[in-house]
Design a protein around this ligand. Structure first.
Ligand code: DUC
Ligand code: ZN
Ligand code: ZN
Ligand code: ZN
Length: 484
């Protein structure tokens, strides 16, 4: 059996760090300990040996706003690996009226070229009996998390009644509900008002989606999830108002998680006031970048544990695609890249600055999401028996981020010019060396779908309000009794 030994590094997990060698055979970790011998050696002297990054939020080759996101499963997962991310969780997006199983098959057809492992969330983009019916088979097919857009009115948005129905169904099936939390009605009103007033530039995108629309929707989703008895994962938490709601819910014992993006942690709203239209439009995403106070809140959430996972929402569009919105900001395809740079940006701005420990870094880039999505310890772990998805992170290895040397298919990088440290010396995808000091040698088609199992018992135990949706006793019928 061919064996690879990662020698002389420091193993870092979400719990602890210790010096050890790691043996990899047949795609899994088979031994961890001192002075392992025999097999091909990868020198990890001076490096941290960590679970590969898991990006819980990507949109590869997704039909959106009249176009398709520019990175597909081939370029997207190649970009992921080059930056130390060994798994992505992408969103299946059914068309209006399309069945979930049919849509999942479309995603399986696209993902055949993936370089690294992947899983899916299912988006609930419309509501009806067919969706309700197919949710069960979707869960049986290994897709146990369901995303709801509270924004994009007239397109992807679901209303509260639909969300309540869907949340109950997801809860009953033992899944996790996800929300894009922005009040889509208010966003639509503000957008129309801004355009009518002549605010057509990319900066108006930020005006149309203030923190309050996110805070309101996050609170609403938390309350509805609580009534429905379903755990809730709030994607791209970008502001204090949303974080505050999540913090409060967690303190009250609700199973709610928040996911800041590396972009929101490191880039602020001043990007939208850049004099170059292209510069600003390339950074248009929802929710938009916020100010320093909101960024501080997100960092504090990662430090305290009130926010759980750092993602990218990688949804990359070329400059040509962004220009669909010249003269009308609401037509700029929403989305930014980041898949390739998430780990090095978080290491540089988080660990190197002392905001996060290496163990916290592993938790928020890999282990936490593996646990939330029920794929731990196959993923997100350095343990015997776990998949050998590993990053050998060299804290001394640095670069200047530039689009000129990126894997992503787009023509710019929102982190252009950033000096980062903490690059991978090696990246392993199920035991295969995929990256060596920036050189990508991964294989198209190597990636596999990772099915996940539901956890109905866990959900039931949490469902404090479950009986709210059960039949109620009939207390009174008929006319009031008289003469009492
Ligand atoms: N936000 C984006 O910016 N892009 C994709 C979808 C989303 O919610
Ligand atoms: Zn109803
Ligand atoms: Zn979203
Ligand atoms: Zn998204």
């Amino acid at each position: 059996m061919a064996s690879t030994i990662i020698r002389n590094g420091t193993v870092v997990t979400a719990d602890l760090s210790y010096k050890a060698d790691v043996r990899v055979e047949n795609g899994v970790i088979t031994e961890i300990g001192p002075n392992l011998a025999g097999g091909e050696v990868l020198d990890a002297t001076g490096c941290y040996v960590m679970p590969g990054g898991i990006d819980p939020h990507t949109h590869l080759e997704m039909p959106f706003m009249g176009t398709y996101s520019a990175d597909d499963f081939e370029s997207g997962t190649r970009a992921a690996l080059s930056g130390g991310t060994t798994m992505v969780v992408d969103f299946v997006l059914p068309g209006q009226g399309q069945g979930l199983i049919d849509a999942a098959q479309m995603w399986h057809n696209k993902s055949g070229r993936a370089h690294c492992d992947y899983s899916y969330h299912m988006a609930v983009t419309w509501w009806g009996q067919k969706v309700w019916d197919e949710m069960e088979d979707t869960v049986k097919a290994g897709i146990t998390s369901f995303k709801h857009f509270m924004a994009y009115k007239g397109a992807l948005m679901v209303n509260d009644d639909e969300m309540f129905h869907s949340f109950r169904r997801v809860g009953d099936l033992g899944g996790v509900a996800l929300v894009h939390a922005e009040n889509g009605d208010v966003v639509a009103e503000l957008t129309a008002k801004l355009l009518a007033e002549g605010n057509t530039g990319p900066e108006a995108h930020a005006y149309s989606r203030p923190p309050a629309v996110e805070g309101e929707a996050t609170n609403r989703a938390i309350m509805i999830a609580d009534m429905a008895g379903v755990p809730l994962y709030v994607v791209h938490t970008s502001c204090e108002e949303a974080h505050e709601a999540i913090r409060r819910a967690r303190q009250a014992g609700k199973r709610v998680w928040g996911e800041p993006l590396i972009q929101h942690l490191t880039l602020d709203e001043s990007e939208y006031f850049h004099p170059d239209w292209d510069h600003a439009a390339r950074r248009v995403m929802s929710p938009p970048f916020r100010n320093k106070q909101h960024q501080d809140s997100l960092w504090a959430g990662l430090q305290s544990g009130s926010l759980s996972c750092v993602a990218t929402d990688h949804c990359a569009f070329t400059t040509a695609q962004k220009r669909f919105g010249v003269g009308n900001f609401s037509k700029i395809p929403n989305g930014t890249g980041g898949l390739e740079d998430r780990l090095s940006m978080l290491w540089t701005h988080g660990v190197a600055t002392g905001r996060l420990t290496p163990e916290e870094f592993v938790a928020v880039t890999s282990t936490n999401i593996a646990k939330i999505l029920n794929m731990y310890p196959r993923k997100g772990a350095v343990l015997v028996g776990a998949d050998a998805d590993l990053v050998v992170l060299d804290p001394a290895l640095g670069k200047t981020i530039t689009a000129a040397r990126q894997q992503s298919a787009i023509d710019y990088n929102v982190f252009e010019g950033q000096e980062v440290k903490g690059l991978p010396r090696y990246v392993l995808s199920r035991g295969q060396v995929a990256v060596t000091e920036g050189k990508v040698t991964s294989r198209e088609g190597h990636g596999r779908f990772v099915p996940r199992e539901a956890r109905p018992s866990v959900n039931r135990a949490l469902a404090k309000w479950k009986d709210l949706t059960a039949p109620r006793p009939v207390v009174r019928t008929g006319i009031p009794a008289t003469g009492v």
